[in-house]
Write a protein that binds this ligand. Structure first.
Ligand SMILES: Cc1cc2nc3c(=O)[nH]c(=O)nc-3n(C[C@H](O)[C@H](O)[C@H](O)COP(=O)(O)O)c2cc1C
Length: 205
């Protein structure tokens, strides 16, 4: 039974381009898979503490030695990793913030990248056989090959860190130019329509 894990991170609800395109990705993916399961992980609705000392102690010591405080700190990490491991395909919908990813998505990544669990002590990725699609909404445009491409740290970082834990089959939808909506040069439905074919391609890839 194929499983899609859909991670949403924009705080903008119905105004969010990445949320709408990720929702379209889910619909397209469901249409192509029978008996499928879709697991929704909305990071804006998830309590995601930053890594703290009990968390670090939990990540670097055997579970049998964990105090109740450590168990509590590491529980969300265990849950998020189990969810990731159970997925065949992962779609991440994200905004570009300050040329990178929103802090909430970085907090998620800090929970799922764990030695001995998602990567080995010799730095081999342990999350194998999965596909990742990334849908990035940005105010500006960062076309591959254009002088602005290097500013898109969001995509280079996401590819690096998911590759590090073993997810190397990655495709990307760059939904750039969302600031045109704010300027009144286009509308949200028009912009979404512009990227729908790229989302459909990402489902197939
Ligand atoms: C705090 C903040 C930082 C942003 N930084 C950038 C940026 O560095 N580059 C850019 O092109 N757009 C930037 N934007 C614009 C967002 O990427 C854009 O509004 C995008 O559509 C947000 O994704 P969403 O529509 O899914 O919410 C920023 C927006 C906010 C609120």
């Amino acid at each position: 039974m194929p499983t899609l894990l859909a991670i949403q991170s924009s705080p903008r609800g119905d105004y969010s381009v990445s949320r709408k395109l990720t929702a379209q990705f889910i619909d397209d993916w469901k249409a192509q898979h029978s008996g499928e399961t879709v697991v929704m992980r909305d990071l804006m609705k998830t309590e995601l503490p930053f890594v703290d000392l009990p968390w670090i102690m939990g990540a670097f010591t055997p579970a049998e030695q964990h105090s109740p405080e450590i168990k509590k700190a590491i529980a969300i990490s265990n849950d998020l990793i189990a969810e990731l491991m159970a997925a065949d395909h992962i779609v991440v919908g994200t905004s570009m913030y300050n040329y990178s990813i929103p802090a909430v998505l970085k907090a998620y990544i800090d929970h799922i990248v764990r030695v001995g669990v998602t990567f080995s002590p010799s730095y081999e990725g342990l999350v194998k056989g999965k596909k990742l699609s990334i849908i990035l909404a940005s105010g500006g445009v960062y076309t591959p090959g254009a002088p602005t491409e290097g500013y898109n740290v969001a995509i280079s970082y996401l590819k690096l860190i998911f590759g590090f834990i073993g997810i190397t089959d990655v495709n990307v939808v760059l939904a750039g130019g969302t600031s045109a909506i704010d300027k009144g040069e286009t509308t949200l439905p028009q912009l979404i329509g512009q990227f729908e074919p790229a989302v459909a391609d990402a489902v197939q890839a």
